[in-house]
Design a protein. Structure first.
Length: 482
């Protein structure tokens, strides 16, 4: 009987496990992620980055579902040409343990756009017209530049003469377009800013872009593991048309609403007025973000101190090991953060704190290792000989003479790592680790300076506080030899 009761309780606890919803780092994905989380009562991991990162999180089981588009699934995930059906996509997704389903009801295709007045002056209405204007400056998002169904394929299909453009954040591209710094940008057909900035979406006269019907991409076991929550997701089928999606995008991008407030429009709710700076800065999420940011910085810094000082000592004591150790920590510092995060997600099988802490630990090593090495090798020969003359053993010489003499240099390295880590920790928000980076990522997606500042100012203030704390600590340790 006890066994049966335990099984019942275990099943009940399992049934209550929240569905973990992910989203990419652009307005529409944030809003759809909020809608999915509200529908299921689940957890939303917002702004996880581009397709590669959020897909890695889904495969690893760190999230259960996220909003995706059929064209993206075809071109980027299963590599099927043309515009395959949902059945064909699912046949290709099955070996990966994934399913695409629950069409939401709208098509959000890619396009290229120009300012209406500029396009009219040059007589450009179609994508093929761009071939005659090699002088035009393109400002395309990084993901569009790298996608098979983006710039590489488009350039080949239309024989465009323009060179590979430099990447530009999608939210910032509208401002650059309005200021005349670029002539052509990539857009989504449900972008609310197309009309606001008086842009002309060029006709895809060679039908290069497939349909990008919004669907849910989820793990194969989700319907079995969370049947009630999945049933609520199924009820979203066909309930979001293009007009409603544009309206929700406009609420976030043009009316100053939060993503949650924009998502509330789906159910007909109207939540909150336009945000003020102080209200946004000290919003309901302020202390949660502060706690997460401090955890990221302090735990990763502590780990880097524990590992970095011995590595620096080893580099100083073992000349043959110096170059490999210093070279390794230097190379780690050059790895792009998002690339390292994507690798760590696949390695540890989750998103959030764990891969973020590992990455921040690795990035914090260089100043500590180098400064420890420099402090140890900078000790004069006379001091070493004096310690030997006193009959001190090597371990005693290290703890009683060498480390105290090297302490100012070591502390300077730790302080540098701590301050750098405060800033670097903002990137951890792109893999669901939280911290002030959540606001910065949302502000970039919206091109919203208020939200950006509400994340950047606390991060800068925390960096200053960390520096002041170290300065005070150094004063207390002023007795250390210099």
């Amino acid at each position: 009987m006890k066994f049966i009761l335990l099984m019942v309780f275990a099943c009940a606890a399992h049934a209550e496990d929240p569905v973990r919803v992910g989203s990419k780092r652009f307005t529409e994905s944030y809003i759809l992620g909020e809608i999915l989380a509200r529908a299921t009562g689940g957890q939303h991991k917002p702004g996880l980055g581009n397709t590669g990162i959020v897909l890695s999180a889904l495969k690893a089981g760190a999230i259960d579902v996220y909003p995706e588009y059929t064209g993206t699934i075809a071109a980027e995930i299963v590599r099927l040409p043309g515009s395959p059906s949902l059945e064909q996509l699912n046949a290709a997704l099955a070996p990966q343990g994934l399913v695409a389903g629950v069409p939401l009801g709208f098509n959000n295709t890619y396009g290229l756009a120009m300012r209406e007045d500029r396009a009219q002056t040059l007589g450009i209405r179609r994508l093929s017209d761009l071939r005659a204007h090699a002088e035009l400056k393109f400002g395309l998002s990084q993901e569009f530049i790298g996608r098979a169904d983006g710039w590489p394929g488009l350039k080949r299909a239309y024989g465009l003469p323009q060179p590979r453009p430099s990447g530009l954040d999608h939210g910032l591209a509208y401002e650059a377009m309005a200021a005349g710094r670029i002539d052509v940008m990539d857009v989504y057909s449900t972008d609310a800013k197309i009309e606001r900035y008086h842009l002309r979406v060029l006709e895809d006269d060679r039908h290069f872009f497939p349909r990008y019907d919004a669907v849910l991409l989820y793990r194969l076991d989700l319907p079995r593991r969370a049947p009630e929550q999945f049933a609520r997701l199924k009820k979203l089928e066909g309930r979001i048309d293009a007009r409603l999606m544009i309206r929700m995008n406009a609420a976030a991008e043009l009316e100053g609403k939060s993503f949650a407030q924009a998502a509330a429009l789906f159910s007909g709710e109207v939540k909150g007025e336009r945000r003020e700076f102080l209200g946004t800065l000290f919003g309901a999420d302020f202390w949660r973000l502060t706690r997460e940011h401090l955890l990221l910085v302090l735990v990763s810094l502590a780990a880097s101190i524990v590992a970095g000082i011995p590595l620096g000592i080893a580099a100083a004591k073992l000349p043959r090991a110096a170059q490999p150790i210093l070279g390794a920590v230097g190379v780690i510092q050059t790895i792009p953060s998002l690339a390292l995060f994507a690798f760590l997600i696949a390695l540890v099988g989750t998103i959030g704190m764990v891969p973020a802490l590992i990455a921040l630990f690795l990035y914090a090593l260089l100043p500590i290792v180098r400064n420890t090495h420099a402090g140890m090798t900078g000790i004069g020969r006379g001091m070493r000989q004096a310690a030997m003359a006193l009959g001190l053993e090597p371990r005693q010489r290290l703890w009683l003479v060498e480390l105290p003499l090297a302490a100012p240099s070591i502390l300077a390295g730790i302080k540098t790592s701590a301050v750098i880590n405060v800033g670097t920790a903002t990137i951890a928000a792109f893999i669901g680790a939280g911290g002030y980076g959540e606001r910065i990522a949302a502000g970039l997606a919206l091109n919203d300076n208020l939200t950006l500042l509400a994340g950047a100012i606390p991060a800068a203030a925390l960096a200053l506080l960390v520096q002041v704390a170290f300065e005070l600590g150094e004063r207390r340790l002023a007795w250390l030899p210099r």
